[in-house]
Ligand binder design. Sequence first.
Ligand code: CAA
Length: 413
Amino acid sequence: MQKNIAFSEKALELQAIARKIADEVVRPGAAHADKHSEYNMKAARAVADAGLFRAWIPEAYGGLDAGVLALALVAEELAKADSGFGVAYAVNALGSFPILLGGTDEQKQKWMPKIAAGETFVAFCLSEKFAGSDASGLGVRAVRDGDHYVINGEKKWTTNGGVADVYSVFAVTDPSSKSRRISAFIVEKGTPGFTIEKVEDKMGIRGVPVVETHFKDVRVPVENLIGGREGMGFKHAMMTLDHARPGVAAQAVGASQGALDLANAYANRRVQFKVPISQHQMVQQMLADMAMKTEAARQLTYASAAAIDAEGPSPANSKMAAMAKCFASDVAMEVATDAVQVFGGYGFMEDYPIAKFFRDAKILQIYEGTNQIQRIVIARHLIRESNDLEHLQEFIPTEEQQSYNAPSMNPEG
Ligand code: CAA
């Protein structure tokens, strides 16, 4: 596991740029984007012009090679101002990782420079109506027909759908296979038969579209099969999620910090019982807990991002990514809930942004793998790691000792 978190100059520079854009363009547009379910294209253009979409992309493909840690630092700053915009940014990493991690060099040369420049937005089409947590149970089919694949079926909850120009689409190519059922394809907006059918009306992150994508006899050239080999889709999806989950954790840290800052500012202004409510110990306790949890989430998030940058995909880093995503998003929900509590009646009203932080936080516990799935991922790794605990065997009851009232193993006991 990566012990030290090394922040590169480049990553810190990108963080500072993101903070400026968040203050100048994202936060001022957040309420409008939320109220009208409108994508903040002005902010997206500012992010593109400043080179922030280059953060996680290698230099060979037009990026800055600043890694997942830079992606996390940028996502945190943007989400601090508007959680919806945080995901509008980070989902481009989610959509591009299948190409970056699994694609051929030709595919990377073709797509990544445009994604890096922010000329091409990306989306990730994995989930379906009947296949959410069970990502291997997909129903969308892709059938080879000469030098094309023909895709049929429907995808659900495609974040960035409609705004995105290209889509990483996961489809079944071999229904008879268990481990090699799925392949991933790059599908371009405007391909005949590929349509956006339903723009979801959501509780939060209303500034970024989440849609159904439908495929009716959509023909994509074989060159768009990611990696050029069938059956690699599930692995690519899992590797993608391992790389993207620190970014979700970072959105959660940003959301927590944004809510905490508002609650802190309000607690110092709001006077009750003749003193600012920040002088009341029960409010102090809430603020202190919010700050502790946010900082703990931040450190875990940075550590998980730095580990992936330093070591690449590994079981340990998959576990770290799941821990960061799960912990940070649970914290975001708790902190947003307490922030509303600090605001009291004002917190419940849509007149102030704190209510939006509360609504936006919920999805962080759901998307890119529910927090129940994260705990399953973590537990599966723990169970595997238990094989390395041989040296502790003498300190735990044997099966025989478990079966009868054996003498104490502790000589002092
Ligand atoms: N990296 C590489 N390979 C992996 C892997 C990983 N992290 N995890 C599993 N695999 C491989 C396994 O080694 C195995 O390979 P073999 O068949 O060669 O042995 C194969 O994948 C199957 O693994 P499992 O048996 O563990 O698979 P499973 O069916 O039990 O599922 C799961 C595992 C972790 C529950 C997985 O289904 C999962 O992550 N589900 C959640 C899906 C998810 O996060 N969806 C969110 C979509 S994105 C989104 O939210 C929308 C948005 O736009 C923001």
